[in-house]
Design a protein around this ligand. Sequence first.
Ligand code: ANZ
Length: 821
Amino acid sequence: MMTRTKYTPAEIEKKWQEQWEAEGIYYASDNSPKPKYYNLVMLPYPSGDLHIGHWYNYTGIDAHGRFMRMRGWNVSQPIGFDAFGLPAENAAIKHNIQPRIWTLDNIARMRQQLHRMGAGWDWPREIVSCLPDYYKWTEWLFLQFYQAGLAYRTKAPANWCPNCNTTLANEQVVNGACERCGTPVIRKEIDQWLFRITNYADELLDFSELNWPEKTVTMQRNWIGRSEGAEIRFVAEVGSERVEIPVFTTRPDTIFGVTFFVLAPEHPLVERITTPEQRAAVEAYIDQSRRETEIERLSTEKEKTGVFTGAYITNPVSGEQVPVWIADYVLMGYGTGAVMGVPAHDQRDFEFARKFGLPIRQVVCPAGEEPGDPATWSEAKSRYGVMINSGQFDGTPPEEAIKAVTRYCEERGIGKYAVNYRLRDWLVSRQRYWGAPIPIIYCPKDGMVPVPEEDLPVLLPDEVQFKPTGESPLRYVSEFLNTTCPTCGGPATRETDTLDTFLCSSWYFLRYMDAKNDQEAWSKEKIAKWLPVDMYIGGAEHAVMHLLYARFFVKALRDMGLLNFNEPFKRLYHQGTVLGPDGQKMSKSRGNVIAPDDVVGTYGADAVRGYLMFMGPFDQGGTSNIQGIEGVWRYLNRVWNLVQDSIEAFGSAPIPGTEIGREVERTMHKFIKRVTAEYEGLRFNTALAGLMEFTNALMKVRETEAVRTAEYRRAIEALLLLLAPLAPHITEELWHAFGHTESIHIQSWPTYDEALTRDAVVTVVVQINGKLRDKLEVAADASEDDVRALALTSERVKAALGGKEPKKVVYVPGKLINLVG
Ligand code: ANZ
C-alpha cells in the first residue's frame, strides 16, 4: 500500500519509461499467437526537434495502438527516420558540418524526445534511411525496378541557369531567377532517371481495397487525371511533304467547330512548319515561354498569348484548312502537345480566339437552348448537346455524338479512341549529395551497366566539397566517380546523381518488419505475417506524392514476385493541425510556438498528451493554449487523489455485500461501453470527456459508504484501464499502487455487460391518443405488458380513457406508451 503522495510526473514518468523499455512490453513478437496489428505513423524527418505537430500525431497513433493491444492484438508500432534530404545538405553548406553528423546528432536528440512522450514504440524495428544497412536495399530496389524496365534514363526538363551553366534545385530558384547570380532561370533538358509509375495509372485508380478518407482518394484520382477521348490526326503540307500532327481531345463531337490549331512552343514540329516570314516572331515567343513555369502557363488568370506560325493544317473530318499557332497554354507534356482550337466550346480557346480575332463557330447546342450568335457570348458553351453545323453529323444527340465522331475517325483511319493521364513518370534523380547513390556505372565500351548486387551498397563518401554548383557534389569526388566497369574491367565512371528521398520512404514500412536482415531487403515470411499496414496515420499533405508512390511500389514489387498483396495501407487516417494560441499556424517568426519540451517539463507527458487529444476531434486539430493544459493537469490530479482515497477506504474496511454497489456497477458498465466506442472511432477528445464524467461520478460515490465496496474498487480500476492509452504513466503508477505487479498496458481492455449499461429505472411517458397524460417510473427491463398494466392503474389515465379499455397500444421500450381509446 502506498502512503499518500503528490502527483509528480517528473518522477514517475521517467521510471516507467525505463521499465517499459527494460521489459520490452511494446516490442511485438513475430511469433505471437495473437492476431497482428500493424499500427504505423509516417516516419519523421530528423530536423532535430520533435515539435507539437509530431506530438499530436504520435499521441493519436499511440493511444490507438495501446487500445488495440489491450483489446488483444499483437501490436507493432515502429518508428524510424527519413534521414536523407536537402536540409542536411544545406546545413553542411551553411555551417560547414558533415550532413551525416548533422543528421545523426539530430536523430539522437529526437530519440530522447520520442522516449519522453511515453509512446509504445517498437524500437527493435527502427530504421534510419541514411545508413548503409538501409540504403543498400534502397539501391537494390532501384536495380529491381531497372531490371523490370520500370526505371529508365531520359532527357527531362530541369531548372537551368544560363549564366552559371548549371542545373538548379527548385529551392535555388527565387522568383524565377538563379539565387546566386540573379539570371532568369530557364528550363533545360538534361539526363534524368525516371520510374514508370504511369504503367500503373489504371490500377492506381482502383481504391476498392482501401478504407481511406474520401478527400484523399479524390486527390489521387485527380492527380492521376484519367481523361477519355480521341486522338485525331490533322494533316499539314510542308513544301511537298505531308506532315501528320495528332491532337488529343475529350470532345471529338466539336470537330466541326475547329477554327485554329495550336502547338506547344516546344513541339518538335514547330520549326518545320513555321514559314520564313514568321520565324523571328516564333523564335522570340519560344524563348520567352521557356522562362515560365508550368503553373504560370496554365494559370487561368493569365491573358492568352501566342504567335501564328504562317502554316495551315487540314481538319481530317471537315476538310477545312485552319491556321496553326503556337501558344504557351498548350503544354508539351500533356496529350500530344497539340490542340484543336474550338473556341465556341472550350474556354481557353474562346479567350484565345477573342484575343487574336479568330472565328468562333457553334457546333453543339445544349438541350433547351436555341443556337446563338457567338459574337454576343461572354464565355464558351462547354455543355454537351446536339451536333449542329456539323455536316453529316447534324442532329446527332449528345449521348451518341462523341462515339459517332470517334467511330467515323476509326473507320477512315484518321484517329482512334484514346485515354490520357495527367500523371507523369516519377523523376527520381537529384543533383544532390545527401541521398542514396544510384547504382549505375557508365563505361565508354559497355555503356550503362548496373552495379552487380554483390557490390552493394555503393557507399556515399564522407569527404565531399560542397561547392554550390547545382550539380551533385559527388561529381567532384574522384574516388567515388572513377571506378571499373563490372563487365569489361576497364575504367568507367559512376552515376553521380542521388535518389529522391521519396524513394526511401516508399518502402520503409516493409523494412520495419525485417529491419535487421542483412541477407535480403525482407524475408517473405515476415512480410506475409505483418503486411499490409492496418492503420496508417499521417498528414494530409502527403495525399499525392508519398501515398501514391508507396502504392506504386507495392504493385510493382508484387508484379516482380517480391510481394503478394496489392495495397500498402489498408486504412488511412489524417490527423488535424495544431495551431498556435492565436489560431495561426505555428511559426518561429510569429512567436506562437509551443515547445513540447517546455510544457512536458512543467506538467509531464501525460498532461500534454491528454491535452492534445482533448483539443478537438483528432482529424481536425485545434488551437493550443496553456490554460487547456492546466485543465487536463488538474484532471489528472483528481484521478490521482481519487485512487489514493479508494485504496485507503477499501483497505481500511471493505464492505462485502453487493447491494449498495449495484449502482456503481451500472455506472461503470455504462462508461466502459461509451468510452470503448469513442476509442474505436479514434475520437479521443470525447473518450476523455467520457472519462472525466466517469471520474466525477466516482467522486460523488466517494462521499458515500459505497466507497468501501468491491464494485467501487473495480470501477476505479476500470477507470485506470480506460485512461491508460491516453495517460500511460499515471495509470501505470496507480495500477501498481493497487498492488498489481504486471504493467497496466498489457492488461485486457475492460468489458461490459449490455444489460448493466442500461439504467435500472427509466421514465416512460404515457400518452392517450397522442396527448401527454402521465409519466411513470418503471424498471428498465420492464415488459410491454407490465408497463401497460401500470399505466392503466394511473388515475389520470383512467380519467382520460373514460373508464374504457384502450383499443390499441403502441409501446416504445423505455420511452413511451401510447394508448388509443
Ligand atoms: C478540343 C476541345 C473542345 C477540348 C472542347 C475541350 C473542350 P482534360 O479533360 O484535362 O484531359 N488539351 C489537350 N492537350 C492539351 C495540352 N497538351 N495542353 C493544353 N490543353 C490540352 O483536357 C483535354 C482537353 O484539353 C482536350 O480536349 C484539349 O482541348 C485540351 F469543347 O479538344 B479539347
